[in-house]
Design a protein around this ligand. Structure first.
Ligand code: FAD
Length: 397
């Protein structure tokens, strides 16, 4: 392809690669498609490719297990539990899915729970608040992954390629005398970038490359690539989170802290614990009534970060011990299902006084590094970051 030819393609139908099929990637593709629909020139419709290393969408995650006797499921949203929509523009964006019921407000009863003490004091439960429709927390139904799937299915000019890990944007050739030399992946004249997968196979040339990976992964993807904003990628700190998933065969088997007999019925617990942060009752969420009793517990981010490289078995043991102290089960009311997941990059530490980083743009190469961590590290941030990305790209078209 001549430089001239690639330049005219860039002007007519920009080819855009998005690394990462999490919500930032999906929302960026959605808003790019919408923006190009609104532009007067139909020849401007971008060709978007999302490369996702796993087989489904990002940190919106749902795990199930089926019970062969009842044919019912345990189900755990082991990543994000809910999201907020504080701005009018995001509220407007999600309105169609609220109308269909795919997204629903979760008016959870929230308590503060102090686990049982070592000297035999039982757990203490205090009512805290009820989430209301004014400051709503939304969930996706029937699963937390459902919304991501709907967003993906609605994309018209976007190809999503799962199970493909994009290699760092610097490729090296191993020459015969074992010296490594850099392959040029960026063509200065056409402003196009060639991406590769981890086996070294070309994934094609693109006018724009948008990286939406968590910043710990983004820093590796962009290392030695001469990305002009490299030093800013590690500015926000991300912490880990361990998630414990518990299941019971029957509501009758739940411990008293969960079955509402001794305590007020509750859906979410904030914990006074050195290890655990929050407990979520999955089978009490809207449109989740068919589930077998399922509880998701997030460990504290500081505890998770301090134990991020520990052996999973020992982590699960410690989490189970802490959960037992919080929920006070005995031999008869112990969960029959247990599972644990490590999120290495779960939460962005938000400094309320510091200015938000925003997306990182290298205008010369037409590379953008984005992700929830460029803002407040939550789902609403993914939307805001996608808006910033689309604005930056549309301004150059
Ligand atoms: C335990 C937990 C609880 C949370 N709770 C909440 C909550 O209550 N409310 C809320 O709003 N938010 C919550 N969040 C945060 C929310 O999940 C995130 O803000 C959001 O999912 C981030 O989306 P993202 O697309 O920016 O990143 P990700 O979902 O991390 O997506 C990035 C994607 O890039 C892919 N990727 C990385 N490197 C490559 C590569 N080289 N090639 C191809 N693909 C690659 C990854 O596989 C990943 O799918 C929680 C997160 C966790 C983990």
């Amino acid at each position: 392809m001549t430089d001239h030819a690639s330049c005219s393609i860039a002007l007519s139908a920009p080819k855009i690669a998005i690394i990462g099929g999490g919500l930032t990637g999906l929302l960026t593709a959605t808003l790019l498609e919408r923006a190009s629909n609104q532009s007067s020139s139909s020849s401007n419709t971008p060709q978007i490719t999302i490369f996702e290393k796993s087989r489904s969408v990002g940190r919106l995650a749902t795990r199930y297990r089926s019970d062969s006797k009842t044919d019912k499921n345990w189900q755990w949203s082991f990543g994000a539990q809910f999201f907020t929509a504080k701005t009018a523009v995001f509220q407007q964006f999600i309105a169609p899915w609220l109308d269909t019921g795919l997204l629903q407000p979760w008016c959870a009863e929230v308590i503060e729970l102090t686990p049982a003490s070592d000297n035999g004091q039982p757990p203490n439960i205090q009512s805290k608040e009820q989430w209301d429709a004014v400051h709503a927390r939304y969930i996706s139904t029937p699963k937390m992954t459902s919304w991501g799937r709907e967003l993906a299915a609605a994309l018209k000019h976007t190809t999503i390629i799962f199970k493909t890990r994009v290699a760092p944007l610097t490729q090296y050739l191993q020459s015969q005398n074992q010296q490594r030399s850099q392959i040029q992946i960026f063509n200065q004249n056409s402003k196009q970038t060639e991406l590769f997968d981890e086996t070294g196979a070309s994934l094609g040339w693109f006018d724009w490359v948008i990286c939406t990976a968590p910043n710990g992964q983004a820093v590796e993807l962009m290392a030695n690539s001469k990305f002009s904003q490299q030093d800013k990628i590690t500015k926000p700190q991300m912490q880990a989170c361990y998630t414990l998933m518990l299941g019971w065969d029957d509501v009758q088997k739940l411990p008293e802290t969960l079955n509402g007999q001794l305590t007020p019925q509750w859906d979410v617990a904030y914990l006074n614990s050195a290890i655990l942060d929050r407990i979520f009752i999955e089978h009490q969420k809207p449109a989740h009534g068919e589930l077998l009793p399922s509880i998701t517990i997030h460990a504290r981010n500081d505890w998770s970060e301090a134990h991020v490289d520990d052996d999973m078995e020992s982590v699960e043991e410690q989490l189970l011990q802490a959960a037992k102290q919080a929920l006070n089960w005995n031999e008869d009311s112990a969960p029959s299902q247990t599972d644990c997941h490590r999120w290495r990059y779960a939460a962005t530490i938000v400094n309320k006084d510091a200015e938000e980083l925003g997306i990182l743009i290298d205008a010369t190469k037409q590379w953008i590094v984005s992700g929830d961590w460029c803002a407040k590290g939550n789902i609403e941030s993914c939307y805001r970051i996608a808006q910033q990305t689309v604005k930056a790209i549309m301004q150059t078209q």
